[in-house]
Design a protein around this ligand. Structure first.
Ligand code: NAP
Length: 355
């Protein structure tokens, strides 16, 4: 049982990120002083939305400069904090050198942040943003899991440097976190495992998260002839922020939490947008047959390898989210609301335009 004193500052690594920005908003609205650790505090484009949020909230914000690849870089930001959120980790599929661009910042970053916590006497709890990809690589893994769905008891065993290296980066980083946590008893670790995060960005023009790219592709018409029925879990970014908040401040929070609202697929994500946006945007109407994806997928998108298509297209994605609902009292927004709000925020920001 860990009680966090809300009068003490709370640290958030990667505070400007898509997910972290909503968490920072929530903390600021609760009157908390946030220590926002970012790579480059001078980059106004990436952080001005947080400054604006702080001006309108009860809480306050101080920026600290820190990079995941520098040992000890987060120490100054951590001083005085009882609660640390470690969200920073690269989330992109567009990499040339996965070891350098994904694995090293994810694993070394986690190691450095958690080891620093051993030296900062104030720290009582660390909430790590892991991912459902630390549990599974392909939708087929969820179907093949005991009971036909993934649970917090399962670890990803199929991600590799050559196949879905992002999943490997999150798996290795979370394993490292548990190893460091179990070797001490000064602070406890709570891990969030979100599925694919959707929902409005607080800084849509400058959000680089992979989450935004799927919507950009749909808006551009890349799926006008159909979307692959690719099994995926979806959760709203605002719900992910709420879940992080609850994980930080619920004394009994413990272990891993699958943070996923909907067992869905890419086609459903597109079709729920059609009633509102189907007239103005070339959104997908029907499923692309698997044989066609096999034929054209590998040519049009380097992620769509034969192995990926075999293991994800026309395969349902299933996760058990009962632990977070029961222990953190979480409830989730409907998929339609999440998708519509995501799309609208990108339209409002001029990131996507009707054709
Ligand atoms: P994002 O907007 O790209 O945020 C990633 C954050 O990590 C950014 O603040 C980024 O800083 C920071 N970062 C990356 N490399 C860094 C480095 N070397 N040193 C310091 N900071 C670094 O992506 P996101 O979607 O919000 O992801 C946030 C977390 O959620 C990640 O841990 C991700 O794995 C996890 N997650 C995301 C999803 C999803 O669907 N979005 C699902 C499950 C889990 P810069 O802005 O300076 O690059």
């Amino acid at each position: 049982m860990t009680q966090i004193d809300k009068s003490k500052p709370v640290m958030v690594t990667g505070a400007n990120g898509y997910v972290a920005s909503w968490l920072v908003k929530k903390l600021l609205e609760d009157g908390i002083h946030v220590h926002a650790a970012v790579r480059n505090p001078q980059d106004h484009n990436k952080h001005s939305h947080l400054v604006d949020l702080a001006k309108r909230s009860k809480g306050s914000l101080t920026f600290f400069k820190a990079d995941l690849l520098t040992p000890g870089a987060y120490k100054e930001a951590m001083e005085g904090c009882e609660l640390v959120y470690h969200t920073a980790s690269p989330f992109t599929t567009d990499v040339k050198d996965p070891q350098k661009e994904l694995i090293q910042p994810a694993v070394y970053g986690t190691e450095y942040v958690l080891l620093t916590a051993n030296d900062v006497s104030s720290v009582k709890r660390i909430v790590l943003t892991s991912s459902c990809t630390a549990i599974y690589t392909d939708a087929i893994d969820t179907v093949n899991a005991p009971g036909g769905m993934i649970t917090e008891a399962i670890w990803n065993t199929s991600g590799s440097i050559d196949y879905q290296p992002y999943s490997l980066s999150k798996t290795l980083a979370e394993k490292k976190a548990w190893e460091i946590a179990e070797a001490q008893d000064k602070w406890d670790l709570v891990v969030m495992n979100p599925s694919f995060v959707m929902g409005p960005a607080l800084n849509p023009k400058h959000t680089t998260s992979e989450s935004m790219n799927t919507l950009k592709l749909m808006a551009k018409g890349d799926m006008r002839f159909g979307a692959p029925k690719m099994g995926v879990g979806v959760v709203d970014v605002r719900d992910v922020a709420d879940a992080h908040y609850l994980a930080g401040f619920t004394p009994e929070a413990k272990g891993r939490y699958i943070t996923s609202a909907h067992n869905s697929d890419l086609l459903e994500m597109g079709t729920v947008l059609r009633p509102k946006y189907g007239k103005s945007f070339p959104l997908p109407k029907k499923a692309l047959p698997k044989w066609l994806v096999m034929l054209v997928g590998p040519v049009t998108n380097k992620l769509f390898t034969r192995r990926f298509i075999r293991n994800n297209i026309d395969i349902p994605w299933r996760a058990d989210n009962s632990k977070i609902k029961k222990e953190l009292n979480m409830s989730f927004r409907p998929l339609k609301e999440t998708m519509e709000d995501s799309f609208q925020s990108m339209i409002d920001a001029g990131v996507i335009k009707a054709g």
